[in-house]
Structure formats: structure tokens, C-alpha cells
Design a protein around this ligand. Structure first.
Ligand code: AKG
Length: 273
């Protein structure tokens, strides 16, 4: 991957942990966006699950240049570390005036890792307008356990976002995020190229940690979202505390003493002594 490092800072990573995604608007240069559609039409080479990036995407290939853009490479390294493997890649197409939307879903049915995650890269080579039906994303949904398509019966959730964006936008998402392709009511074919990355190193302090203790980190991790229930929604903050403990390598990290309190078992401690 690129030697130019544009690592995320702690506040950005905490924001990813709370929201479940990171938007990089218009960061792919126009000449690559123009090239992309021809590359997609020609067809992508198949990549066996778990192939290292340099093998999956040879030097000079479109995908390799995409993941080596400094902003993309830096964000990926901050989240999954150096030398991730490619799980799979695919071009998602929403046909013009197709008449239906894709139901809301998560991409992983069985992935329950509390202390690790895959990152999915979504790349949009064209401007995506509201009429083209952007990708629906439910912020803060990635740590809530569901089975892949069980969320398909929810039509709209408060605070959901529909990704309209300039050409050349890349979004990096936690594998658990609830999302779906909205109906394309335009006359233009909408393309989105998705690559899933698996980490090959522990996901501990992979970013620029200079601001690790900044108040903004806690603010991000404690954030609520409009669709959360009054009580159950607070479990999402507990889920984030657990993930942040793993990512920051700080097993004592807490918000409002929640995780510490529920781990307190004095009787067990005494019997071990
Ligand atoms: O087409 C889209 O915008 C999203 C499609 C997608 O992510 C999927 O099918 O899993």
C-alpha cells in the first residue's frame, strides 16, 4: 500500500466507532472516475477470499491505484492495519427506473466479533443525486446484532442517510452497518464498487493516537442517534465502550462507569485470592 501516510486521528476513529462509517467526499481524481466505468464494464478479475492486496490487485491496476490514494490508504491502515487481505469485491449496479429498492440489510449474518471488524469500501465514480437513489445507511446500526436481511421489513428509520455525493466519493464502513441500495428513478445507471477488507493484524492503536485523550473522543463515543430506543439504545454505547477498549488497548476505558460496574464481581475476586 502507499508509503504516504494520511492516518486518521483518534476523534475520527471514535466517530467511525459511533457512526459505523467514514465518508471521504470526492477524493478520487476525475481521470480515475472517468476510467472506472470502462474498467467495470470490462469486468473485474475474480479474487479468492483472503488474498493479500498486492496479489488481488496487481501494480498499476485500477483497484490498486484506488486503494493507494493517500486518503484511502491512510484511512484503511487506521482501521484495518497494514497489509489487509481482500475478502471479495463486486460492482453493484442500480438500473435506471428499476422500480424497486433493495431492502435494508447487513452484509454479515454470522460475524459476532466484539473486538475486530472488517471494513467495506464503497466507491462511487459518478455523482449520485437523490433521483439516482443513493445507498441508504443507518448511522450507529453496525454493532446491533441482526441476521443479515431481518431488517428488510423496516422501511425508514429516523436519522437514516441516503448517500448523495460528488463523483469520486469513497465511504468506509464497518461490516455490520445496516444499508441498502435505494431505488434509482433516474435515466442513469448507478455504479458502486465495493471491496471488503479483512485485517491481518490486531486492530489496536493503528491510527495517529496523539489526540487519544481529547474530550472529542468521548463525545463521539457517547453520541446517540434518532432511531435509538430510550433504553435499548444505551446498549449501543456499551457496545462501543467494548470496541474502544479493544481498539485503544485500554481495558479500563469507560463512559459513566457502565462497563466497569457490570464487570464488578467481588465474590469471584475473593475466591481467587
Ligand atoms: O447499491 C447500493 O447502493 C448498495 C448495495 C449493497 O451494498 C449490497 O447489495 O450489499
Amino acid at each position: 500500500m502507499s508509503t504516504t501516510r494520511q492516518l486518521l486521528n483518534s476523534t475520527q476513529v471514535a466517530r467511525f466507532v459511533a457512526h459505523g462509517f467514514l465518508r471521504l467526499d470526492g477524493i478520487v481524481p476525475p481521470e480515475m472516475n472517468e476510467e472506472a466505468l470502462a474498467v467495470f464494464t470490462a469486468g473485474l478479475p475474480s479474487v479468492p477470499y483472503g488474498t493479500p492486496v498486492p496479489k488481488a490487485f496487481p501494480e498499476g491496476s485500477f483497484a490498486r491505484r484506488l486503494v493507494e490514494l493517500p486518503a484511502v490508504a491512510g484511512a484503511l491502515e487506521s482501521l484495518v492495519g497494514p497489509d489487509p487481505t481482500v475478502d471479495h469485491h463486486y460492482v453493484h449496479i442500480r438500473e435506471p427506473r428499476e422500480g424497486s429498492a433493495q431492502p435494508l440489510h447487513g452484509d454479515a449474518v454470522i460475524d459476532l466479533r466484539p473486538d475486530a471488524f472488517d471494513v467495506q469500501l464503497m466507491y462511487y465514480p459518478q455523482e449520485v443525486t437523490a433521483e439516482m437513489g443513493g445507498t441508504l445507511i443507518v448511522p450507529g446500526s453496525h454493532l446491533r446484532r441482526t441476521n443479515e436481511s431481518d431488517t428488510g421489513r423496516y422501511q425508514n428509520l429516523r436519522g437514516q442517510t441516503r448517500l448523495t455525493c460528488p463523483a469520486g466519493t469513497v465511504v468506509l464502513l464497518h461490516h455490520g452497518i445496516w444499508h441498502g441500495g435505494r431505488r434509482n428513478d433516474s435515466d442513469i445507471v448507478r455504479h458502486m464498487y465495493k471491496i471488503r477488507f479483512n485485517p491481518t493484524v490486531p486492530q489496536v492503536r493503528l491510527w495517529d493516537t496523539a489526540d487519544l485523550d481529547a474530550p472529542a473522543v468521548r463525545e463521539e463515543l457517547g453520541r446517540g442517534f434518532p432511531w435509538y430506543e430510550q433504553a435499548t439504545g444505551r446498549l449501543e454505547i456499551l457496545n462501543r465502550i467494548r470496541l474502544w477498549r479493544a481498539l485503544s488497548g485500554d481495558p479500563a476505558f469507560d463512559i459513566e462507569y457502565w462497563a466497569t460496574r457490570i464487570a464488578n464481581r467481588p465474590a469471584a475476586r475473593r475466591s481467587q485470592a
